[in-house]
Each structure stands twice: as structure tokens, then as C-alpha cells.
Design a protein. Structure first.
Length: 278
């Protein structure tokens, strides 16, 4: 099992630690662990599944159960606080403490990279700069976003993008994009990237009322598949997304920034029912 310092998601560590503990002990189950920690077995399992958060009262009992001491115990606690953080400031504070416990100094660039994913309009403004000539009309830049943002938010966004070297100025003082696309990649474990997902999903929901139908395409479909088909479905979704990115890259007269969200998630599991039929 990886060292605890290699984790940022406390639930992932809890699952791995439980499996590792099972291999080393003769008697271990979620019920047994819950009993030792003074927790509800069902709730502890739901914590590991990401359905609810670990109560703060169980941070210390969990550390004692898994025999965490010193910096490992402190890191475990900060990881839980990080996962439970309700504001950007709290999340960053606990993330910095996690890095310090690992002996790593969180550089300013790392902070700014985290910040990039905390607000949807950073990526939107970067895309706007990529398809129009922009120098210093921050009010116009703010009003181009839908929903509108403030002039200060637009200024702060341009400064952040410049600090991250995502944009730079040309000889005439106009901003230009240094790279064509920003992708979160296939790993969505980062807390900051999850926040970005939440924001864009929220914007999609608001778009139903904010934008006329001809400006959007929001559709849903319910399907059934075998769990073994998940990887094939992911590959097809990735291929579709890459086709659209390629089409966007080939455009020469683009005038609108669009957000494409693709969500696929389970609505029902029939395994328990099928087992009862046997």
C-alpha cells in the first residue's frame, strides 16, 4: 500500500487502508472496524463509498485504529478537513498543511494552478482571448461571460492566466493564448478539479432557464449496459470529445465559447434483485 502522504482523498486512503488491514489481520470487516471506532457500520461504509463525509469525531478513533502516529496522524486529520472544506480558502489552508507535513513547500505556482479550477470563468476568459483581440476592455470582457462577472473578476482572471503562462501579450499589447486547450485529463481525483466539475454542471442546469433553446443542446437518455462495457463506453465518449476538440481547433471565425459537459452515472444496480431470484 502507498504511504498516506501520497493521498489527497481521505476516502480513497480509507478504502485502501481497510483492504491492506484485511490482508494483515485475520478478522476484519467494516462492522468490526466501526465497533472499534464507536461508529455506525452502515455510515462508515457510506463514507468509504463517497456518499457522506466522515464525522470529525471519528478522525482520532480512525487514526488509532490504523495505528497512525505523529505526522501520519496529523496528515490524516488534515486530509479529512481538506475533503470536508466548504470554501476555497479552507481547502487551500488544509492543502498547504498537508504539503508542509510531507516536507513540501507549496509554491505560488501550485496555488495558482489550484485556483484556475476553482472558478468557471477563468477557462471561459482564456477561450475568449483565444478568438478575439483583447487588450484592456475588462468591463467588456466581464460582460461577454454568461452569466456576467464583475470587472474585478475579469482583471483577476487575466492576471492569473498570465501568471500561469496560459496567455501573454504580443508586440501590440494584445493578449494571446499560449496553448490551445486546457484539459483536466482522465484523473478526476483532484479536489480542485471536482469543484470545477460542480461549477460547470451547475451552469448547465442554469442554462435551461438562462439561454434560448437554439443556443444550447441539453438532452438526456437512460440506457442499460453490462458493467463490463464501462471501459468501451468511456473510449467512445473520449473519441467523441476529441472529434469536437479537433473541429474547434480547425475553426477560423469562432465567435462563441461553449461548455460541453458529458455525464454518465448509474441510476440503479440490479445485482441484489438478481441474487434474490436465485
Amino acid at each position: 500500500m502507498k504511504q498516506i502522504f501520497e493521498y489527497t482523498d481521505y476516502r480513497e486512503w480509507l478504502r485502501d487502508a481497510f483492504e491492506d488491514f484485511k490482508q494483515r489481520k485475520t478478522i476484519i470487516s467494516w462492522r468490526y472496524m466501526a465497533m472499534k471506532m464507536g461508529a455506525d457500520p452502515g455510515n462508515l461504509l457510506r463514507v468509504s463509498q463517497g456518499k457522506i463525509h466522515l464525522p470529525l469525531s471519528l478522525i482520532k478513533p480512525a487514526a488509532e485504529f490504523f495505528e497512525l502516529e505523529g505526522k501520519e496522524a496529523d496528515y490524516w486529520a488534515e486530509m479529512v478537513y481538506f475533503g470536508r472544506a466548504k470554501t476555497d480558502a479552507d481547502a487551500l489552508q488544509h492543502y498547504e498543511r498537508m504539503q508542509a507535513l510531507k516536507g513540501v513547500s507549496l509554491k505560488l505556482l501550485q496555488k495558482k494552478e489550484l485556483e484556475f479550477y476553482r472558478h468557471w470563468y477563468y477557462n471561459a476568459i482564456r477561450s475568449v482571448i483565444g478568438i478575439c483581440k483583447f487588450k484592456d476592455d475588462y468591463q467588456g470582457l466581464a460582460e461577454s461571460c454568461t452569466p456576467n462577472i464583475t470587472e474585478k473578476e475579469a482583471r483577476d482572471a487575466v492576471k492569473l492566466l498570465a501568471d500561469l503562462n496560459m496567455i501573454s501579450t504580443d508586440r501590440e499589447g494584445y493578449w494571446k493564448v499560449n496553448d490551445t486547450f486546457v484539459s483536466t485529463g482522465g484523473n478526476w481525483r483532484s479536489q480542485a478539479v471536482r469543484a470545477f466539475q460542480h461549477e460547470t454542471i451547475r451552469l448547465a442546469d442554469e442554462s435551461l432557464d438562462r439561454h434560448q433553446p437554439f443556443l444550447r443542446d441539453i438532452s438526456t437518455v437512460t440506457m442499460t449496459f453490462c458493467m463490463d462495457d464501462i471501459q468501451l463506453l468511456r473510449e467512445k465518449i473520449n473519441a467523441f470529445r476529441e472529434d469536437l476538440l479537433r473541429l474547434s481547433q480547425e475553426g477560423t471565425d469562432d465567435d462563441t465559447v461553449f461548455q460541453l459537459n458529458i455525464q454518465m452515472f448509474p441510476l440503479a444496480f440490479t445485482k441484489p434483485l438478481k441474487e434474490k431470484e436465485k
